[in-house]
Ligand binder design. Sequence first.
Ligand SMILES: NC(=O)c1ccc[n+]([C@@H]2O[C@H](COP(=O)([O-])OP(=O)(O)OC[C@H]3O[C@@H](n4cnc5c(N)ncnc54)[C@H](O)[C@@H]3O)[C@@H](O)[C@H]2O)c1
Length: 283
Amino acid sequence: MREFKNKVAVITGAGSGIGLAFAERCAYEGMKVVLTDIEEEALNRAEKIIRSLGADVLSVKCDVSKEKDVEFLTEKAFEIFGEVHLLFNNAGVAGGSLLWESTTEDWQWVMGVNLWGLINTTKTFVPKMLLQNKECHIVNTSSIAGLTSGPANGIYSMTKHAIVSFSETLYYELMLAHSLIGVSVLCPGFVRTRLMDSERNRPMELRNPNASMNITPHKQMMDHMLREGVSKGMPPEQVAEQVFQGIQGKQFYIFTHKEAKGTIKQRMEDILNENNPTFPFSI
Ligand SMILES: NC(=O)c1ccc[n+]([C@@H]2O[C@H](COP(=O)([O-])OP(=O)(O)OC[C@H]3O[C@@H](n4cnc5c(N)ncnc54)[C@H](O)[C@@H]3O)[C@@H](O)[C@H]2O)c1
């Protein structure tokens, strides 16, 4: 997709971080923007920001893990703007503990947002985008954690691995359908956002009853490391810049942190050489 002006973008998780940076970038490009998020206040703030940049905006409160919410979002987007050309599956949360200590609620919450969110939007938006028969693009946000593994971040990492495979499959299937829809999978390293405060948006029914008692020393260490990384991470605007270049260049894999490729390469070599996994960082 080369031309953005007057086209329509839909961004999930647009209230904060990378999603908000995507929305700002869409507005600068002269696009019409559909903002969606579970957090109403953040969504309202984002709407004001994007409107102040001169863009036509529709904002819809939506929990991407809920099929009905996503169906409503899709209906609204097509009702107001008629078409959708650029879809950012960006909403995501981080949560859970060591695999055997993570609760059913942890699994349901993180898989619900990160994985079912993508499944739901694919089911509702892609058939309509296919019917348009115009140049479109879909960006699915995975992570470096979607191509590597490490301790105490297993649910998140598993969903991000699934997003890579999902996106590769979507790419092949759209190609076989001779469609004009391009696909990218975004795999960032640390980005300065509110990801480590994801708990703020965890629905009541999926909260852990004894949350403070679930924190083991390994989980604490990992959380500390991730918090440090995110707080010193890349500005989200820089991610948006690279993603727009990637979309224009029809680039499938988008890595914002080239230095992380070493860890991915090590994992791939371990797999191909049938070696046991190399620990991804020093302990
Ligand atoms: N920040 C990083 O270091 C980093 C690295 C790799 C990948 N990512 C990915 O980037 C994406 C964006 O996250 P971010 O870092 O900007 O974090 P963020 O917390 O700043 O933004 C995430 C947004 O998603 C929204 N959200 C949460 N649950 C939702 C739901 N059920 N339905 C709709 N919206 C929901 C939040 O309200 C928030 O606005 C996520 O998929 C994340 O996994 C982030």
